[in-house]
Ligand binder design. Structure first.
Ligand code: I3P
Length: 109
């Protein structure tokens, strides 16, 4: 699965609140491949190599949990992704349908 998603980092590894200056929203092209959610700068190209930056932004979603971000109301269609190392990301999908589809697919892994 792939598509545009906008990300906000809410907590870093070990659950510590992401510090100011790194809490902004940023648009990515998200690609779910196996147990990894790639957040890429550019559009998905099936056979292209993954860049250094894209690797840094990749999220391991094994044992992660995706839920609707019911406690975040500033934006619509936002899901909350908690990873196994206690990072928390907010991810905004372009529509309600897309958000539900991402939640379903992430939790299936
Ligand atoms: C953050 C940025 C985010 C904002 C966040 C700010 O600043 O303005 O958009 O979240 O507020 O800290 P920076 O880019 O300097 O990290 P919202 O869009 O959700 O308001 P927060 O600290 O209350 O999460």
């Amino acid at each position: 699965k792939h598509g545009v998603m906008t990300r906000k980092s809410h907590a870093d590894m070990d659950g510590k609140r992401t510090p100011r200056g790194r809490r902004g929203w940023k648009k990515f092209y998200a690609v779910l491949k196996g147990m990894i959610l790639y957040l890429q700068k550019d559009e998905y190209k099936p056979d292209a190599d993954i860049s250094e930056v894209d690797l840094k932004n990749a999220v391991r979603i094994h044992h992660a949990l995706a839920t609707r971000a019911t406690d975040y109301s500033k934006r619509a269609n936002v899901l909350k992704l908690k990873t196994s190392d206690w990072r928390v990301y907010l991810l905004q999908a372009p529509s309600e349908e897309e958000m539900m589809s991402w939640i379903f697919r992430i939790n299936l892994v």
